[in-house]
Ligand binder design. Structure first.
Ligand code: SAH
Length: 251
């Protein structure tokens, strides 16, 4: 059995209780060494075989998993943040399915959640934006043309860009061309929830300069949108004049 586990985006105590239990019981751990906090490996039992997938190909990962399966061992495939986002688990799952290898998935705290926490903010402010677009600039992995940044920018929604901190010229140009005003608030969150977390607030127009001045080109999220201002209306959820499923309005 393979447990695909979300490690969380940095701080080791952000792993779920379930993920920790699987780590403690694993015979084999394959972790994404580029971004998973190595402190999490201290949960491994003694004798656990540990592999860093940053140095492996898909074929090598599969060969470790198949060997473990043959010997009735339990493997944890530890991915950074939440495994469902930019983790390349799709291609692993396809191979597990082909080989009849059983697996399950334990979610994790994605860096986009870690970034909102670092920014002390809410992505979905009433009357500002009720939509979060999670995307990336086209890089080593291309983005389908129908999802190009110019077209996504038309919504002026809250936008969170992964894997794009080194492509900010293009990001800025595309987002402005698409419809965000150049003065739209933006923020760079570097290593959210790690001890060396850094937050840089700027505008869309000054994104590239801000990244450059602070030496940020990776392990960062770019966030853009009105949610970074304090100008919004309050919700109905806690409004005394509103009834909800759980509470009568105070007349
Ligand atoms: N599955 C992961 C994303 C993996 S892709 C998740 O859910 O967070 C790797 C990219 O995620 C990085 O290039 C960076 O853009 C972002 N990232 C991962 N961890 C981060 C962190 N702690 N702070 C900021 N960005 C992070």
């Amino acid at each position: 059995m393979v447990h695909i586990v979300g490690a969380g985006c940095g701080a080791p105590d952000l792993i779920t209780l379930r993920g920790k239990k699987y780590l403690e019981n694993a015979d084999v751990i394959i972790y994404a060494g580029s971004l998973v906090n190595p402190e999490l490996l201290s949960f491994a039992k003694s004798g656990c075989e540990i592999y860093d997938s940053a140095k492996m190909t898909l074929e090598e990962i599969l060969s470790v998993v198949c060997e473990a399966e043959k010997n009735d061992k339990t493997t944890v495939r530890l991915h950074t943040g939440d495994p469902s986002l930019y983790g390349a688990i799709g291609e692993q799952i396809r191979e597990f399915d082909r080989r009849g290898i059983r697996y399950d998935i334990t979610p994790g705290v994605s860096s986009f959640s870690g970034a909102a926490a670092a920014l002390n903010t809410e992505y979905t402010l009433p009357d500002v934006s009720q939509t979060v677009i999670i995307t990336r600039a086209s890089g080593n992995t291309s983005v389908p043309e129908s999802e190009n940044l110019v077209s996504l920018a038309k919504h002026r929604a809250t936008m969170v860009l992964f894997l794009s901190a080194g492509l900010l010229d293009k990001v800025t140009n595309d987002l402005i061309e698409g419809g965000y005003p150049p003065s739209t608030p933006a923020a760079i969150v570097y290593k959210a929830t790690w001890p060396d977390e850094k937050v840089f607030r700027c505008t869309l127009e000054t994104l590239r300069k801000t990244a450059q001045e602070n030496g940020i080109s990776k392990t960062a999220l770019i966030t853009v949108g009105g949610f970074l201002t304090s100008d919004f209306t309050r919700s109905h959820l806690y409004d005394p004049d509103f009834s909800t499923e759980f509470r009568e309005a105070k007349k």
